[in-house]
Write a protein that binds this ligand. Structure first.
Ligand code: GDP
Length: 467
């Protein structure tokens, strides 16, 4: 057994299956000793005189098992703390991407006194060592699970600390206000001179409440970008729903082959609209899978509409509006929608004008699904309807909070409104201090300073092995 004083952990870091290379990662104080024991460099003279590995240098050599049998030809690197992912000593072995070889190497590493890492344990160590805050650790999961380039950008922004910095600025503003309140507590005789309500109110509003509201406003867009939206294509038979879906999918199909681990639902397809994942539900597909009469298909379409975030309502512009179109449209209630006038290649201008005035201010797009006319405009309209037009929104989105953050930000806002109330009523300094400290505690929870072990366990268990 090698060193076990503090646990050194190891895991295969690359995805299971056959790949070009596989990476096995070891973190902890025994990392160097494990590497020295298993790895034989091709050129021993590149090592330090005492046989140890220079840090952050890549070596070519072989990995051998306990009996000296060569398991694979590999590249290996040793990275000395603290400039590593976990801030501990880290070693990585890049072997051929055979799952059996990776398993065999990992088995040898575990046999010399390391422990198999839990999912997310490397990142958890980076967090516990203070290299990253909790929002950055969450960004690592988001990045691995991102379904679109928009999700990737958001995760990278958060990984680079953009949300953390906003939270830190709000925290600083709160600390400044609390310092004044505490001064008033220390000098009760001067309390009224120190606590100038107007000035403090201004500080609460500008430094705390406004930035909190801004972050909360971004949370919904963050959810859309992280998780995507459900859009359903509805319309009467033969208006061109399947043709539209095929046009929307064409680009994706050309780019995306099968992603392992994802299941393909026959009636649900994933497309990316300017970086936003959109799960498209084709109700024509539902109809085709039903033996029963048309009505049943329409009923299923109505159900799907209720579950969707966005409805693409398709009408045949060459036919104009039927009673059934009107009744289906009426059942949309207040759902977000884009109205698609399809078959404009054979549409009559009079009918188009009629349609135009019927749908009024609703987002409208004219398409000819058969030839692909208007598809780019349709994508643009979908994006505008779900994300909005403001340029500014897009710029700020890289710090959009997730649901966990959002719930805590809401609690922080409640504490702040209590502070405001107390100030307005000329309430006592000790009451102000209680609410200000509560607000600070909430913010500390977002970045992980006070987060309970249970919540941390749940968060890190969402990771895959080796991360
Ligand atoms: P769905 O029943 O709503 O899914 O409609 P389909 O996509 O199956 O289309 C019904 C018929 O309309 C097919 O024959 C399509 O080729 C035709 N169609 C679809 N889009 C257009 C279009 O933009 N222009 C014309 N002229 N025909 C179209």
């Amino acid at each position: 057994m090698l060193l076990t004083a503090d646990e050194t952990i190891a895991a295969i870091a690359t995805a299971p299956g056959i790949g070009g290379i596989g990476v096995i990662r070891i973190s902890g104080s025994a990392a160097a000793a494990v590497l020295q024991r298993l790895f034989v460099p091709h050129r021993r003279e590149s090592l330090h005189a005492d046989g140890s590995f220079p840090s952050h240098r890549l070596f070519y050599g072989t990995v051998r098992d306990r009996h000296g049998t060569v398991l694979d030809e590999v590249m290996a690197v040793f990275m000395r703390a603290p400039h590593t992912y976990t801030r501990e000593d880290v070693a990585e072995i890049q072997c051929h991407g055979s799952y059996l070889v990776q398993q065999a190497i990992l088995a040898e590493i575990l046999a010399v006194g390391t422990r198999a890492a839990e999912p997310g344990e490397f990142t958890k160590r980076a967090f516990l060592a203070g290299r990253i805050d909790l929002t950055q650790a969450e960004a690592v999961i988001d990045l691995l699970q991102a379904q679109s380039m928009g999700g990737v950008e958001l995760a990278v922004g958060q990984l680079r600390g953009q949300l953390y910095q906003r939270i830190a600025a709000i925290r600083d503003a709160l600390v400044e206000i609390l310092a004044i309140v505490e001064l008033a507590l220390d000098f009760p005789d001067d309390e009224t001179d120190i606590l100038v309500a107007d000035r403090l109110l201004g500080q609460v509003q500008e430094g705390v409440e406004q930035p909190l509201l801004l972050l909360l406003a971004l949370a919904d867009q963050g959810r859309v970008i992280r998780e995507g939206i459900k859009a359903v294509i509805v319309g009467q038979p033969n208006v061109g729903k399947s043709s539209l879906l095929n046009q929307l999918l064409q680009e994706e199909r050309a780019l995306v082959t099968e992603i392992p681990g994802t299941t393909r639902d026959t009636i649900e397809e994933l497309i990316s609209v300017q970086g936003v994942p959109v799960h498209l539900i084709d109700t024509a597909g539902i109809r085709e899978h039903e033996d029963a009469v048309e009505e049943l298909g329409i009923e299923r379409a109505r159900q799907k509409m209720q579950e969707a975030d966005l409805v693409l309502f398709v009408v045949d512009a060459s036919q104009g509006l039927s009673e059934r179109d009107r009744s289906l449209y009426a059942s949309l209630d207040d759902r977000k929608r884009v109205v698609v006038f399809n078959k404009i290649d054979i549409a009559d201008t009079g009918l188009l004008q009629e349609l135009n005035s019927f749908f009024g201010a609703v987002s409208q797009v004219q398409t000819a699904a058969k030839s692909g006319v208007g598809i780019a405009e349709l994508r643009e309209a979908v994006y505008q309807t779900i994300i909005g037009e403001e340029e500014e929104v897009n710029e700020r989105i890289s710090c959009a909070p997730n649901l966990r953050h959002k719930m805590i930000l809401e609690k922080t806002l409640v504490a702040c409104s209590q502070v405001r109330q107390t100030l307005l009523l000329g309430g006592p300094a000790d009451l102000l201090a209680v609410d200000l400290r509560a607000a600070l505690d909430h913010l500390a929870d977002i970045v992980g300073l006070t987060t309970s072990d249970d919540i941390l366990d749940v968060l890190f268990s969402r990771f895959c092995l080796g991360k």
